[in-house]
Design a protein around this ligand. Structure first.
Ligand code: FAQ
Length: 320
């Protein structure tokens, strides 16, 4: 134990030196408590986002227009469950309990991405989620493949590979719609109009309003700032929208040759704050569905535990 009178903790200096030299922190390494807490917060929020994020698309599995689209959508939603599980496991390596994390989500104490509180009203929304929501997730997660905590970085490598399939299946839906009838193209434009700004909110508040960024960057949990990632996303999305023949709903969007980036308008931060507070269009519905899934699955968990106890008792008896 560190003695309060003995000055700075040498373990802290060793930890920071590992981080600064691009080494990875592993579960059994010493780490500052605040680093552990920040990671549990971010990774569990990320896991909850994957699990809640299954709902908007799950809503369209029964209504996919063709067998091929349905198979791809089922696979995508199933992948999201898998991503949630990798991430909960990564958080467990930090000493967090899965039950506590799930309780925090269900009690409304833990956050999940605001984007999943918007409704999927048309089939085009499934295309737009793949293109923009998975597209934004990839930009953020490619940076997180180099995050300083080993288990989180490794989970991200695998998740990114799957997300790029998700992004392509969404973009392909939009290519078809945009090359289809005038009504299909209108549907795609209307969907883009609703999802553009919420997608930009996925990167979090602007850098000057992001309380966690400075410390998370110093610990190399975050490798790029919220605004840097958002800019990358805008720069990537504009030519993709042009290829589709769609208009991004931002009158201030224009190429800035001096900066070598697109300038874009102010994100509607009041809306972001409202959704964060629980007042988005679907917050209540999403939480109700999550609570119901947990309650409906209680008997399965109880049966699995009873079965495991019975097997353990049988094994003990035969060993004796
Ligand atoms: N929604 O100080 P910062 C996906 C919170 S991708 C809700 O900037 P930080 C894939 C933030 O937690 C979506 N809350 O915070 C998929 C903090 O809360 P606190 C998930 C937000 O952590 C695709 C407070 O605001 N991806 O699921 C949001 O340094 C399709 C202050 O913000 C990740 O989670 C938001 N948009 O930076 C699934 C990526 N933004 O301190 C299904 C990992 C901020 O009060 C279908 N996470 N907050 O507890 C990160 O990279 C970071 O946590 C940020 C926020 C960048 C999200």
């Amino acid at each position: 134990m560190k003695d309060a009178l003995s000055g700075p903790d040498p373990r802290e200096a060793a930890f920071q030196a590992t981080v600064d030299s691009e080494g990875k922190i592993e579960p059994k390494d010493w780490m500052p408590e605040a680093y552990r807490k920040t990671l549990i917060r971010q990774i569990s929020q990320h896991a909850h986002s994957e699990i809640i994020g299954m709902q908007p698309e799950g809503n369209w599995i029964g209504r996919a227009p063709t067998l091929r689209r349905k198979v791809a959508l089922v696979a995508k939603v199933q992948d999201e469950a898998g991503h949630g599980l990798y991430l909960y496991s990564a958080a467990e390596t930090l000493g967090a309990s899965r039950d506590d994390m799930v309780d925090a989500l269900i009690d409304g104490r833990a956050k999940y991405s605001t984007i999943f509180n918007y409704p999927t009203l048309t089939w085009a929304d499934i295309g737009t989620i793949g293109w923009l929501v998975d597209g934004a997730a990839i930009i953020n997660q490619v940076a997180l493949c180099r995050t300083s905590y080993g288990p989180y970085a490794r989970a991200m490598v695998r998740i990114c590979k799957e997300e790029s399939f998700h992004q392509r299946q969404g973009y392909e839906i939009l290519v078809d719609l945009c090359q289809g009838t005038a009504e299909q193209k209108r549907m795609a434009q209307e969907s883009l109009n609703r999802w553009w700004w919420p997608a930009l909110m996925m990167f979090g508040p602007s850098d000057d309003n992001s309380p966690n960024s400075a410390q998370s960057m110093a610990w190399k949990i975050k490798r790029l700032s919220n605004d840097e990632l958002r800019q990358r996303f805008v720069d990537q999305s504009v030519p993709q929208a042009e290829y589709l023949g769609l208009t991004i709903p931002d009158p201030d969007l224009k190429w800035n040759a001096e900066r070598g980036h697109y300038d874009f308008g102010e994100v509607p931060w009041d809306e972001f704050m409202e959704v964060l507070k629980g007042n988005g269009p679907c917050n209540r519905q999403r939480m109700e569905a999550r609570r119901k899934a947990r309650d409906d699955g209680a008997w399965v968990r109880e049966a699995a535990l009873a079965h495991a106890a019975k097997r353990a008792a049988r094994a003990e008896k035969s060993a004796a």
